[in-house]
Design a protein around this ligand. Structure first.
Ligand SMILES: [Zn+2]
Length: 88
């Protein structure tokens, strides 16, 4: 079964592009090559959010998505610490 994903780009346009499975399968050989070369990153297909395709060899995840998630998480923690500091 194939599930089509609707992807929202920053410009708020909708595209029905590659399925998640298509993306994973299309980069399998690239990941194997990168792993054999000992590379931590490789150039793969663009992610569903439209980033340029730099991905981690270890899990195939998008580097830019990972960076953004990490930033959002860290900011959330900073906000909680700042709110608690004001209460004390
Ligand atoms: Zn991404």
């Amino acid at each position: 079964m194939t599930i089509m994903r609707l992807v929202m780009l920053p410009e708020a346009r909708y595209i029905s592009a590659l399925t998640y499975k298509d993306i994973i399968m299309s980069m399998y050989d690239l990941r194997v090559q990168a792993a054999k070369a000992g590379l931590k990153h490789f150039q793969g297909p663009a992610c569903v959010k439209g980033h340029d395709g730099k991905r981690f060899t270890s899990n195939g995840g998008c580097c830019e998505c990972s960076r953004i998630r990490s930033q959002v998480y860290q900011q959330g923690i900073r906000d909680i610490l700042a709110a608690n500091k004001n209460q004390a």
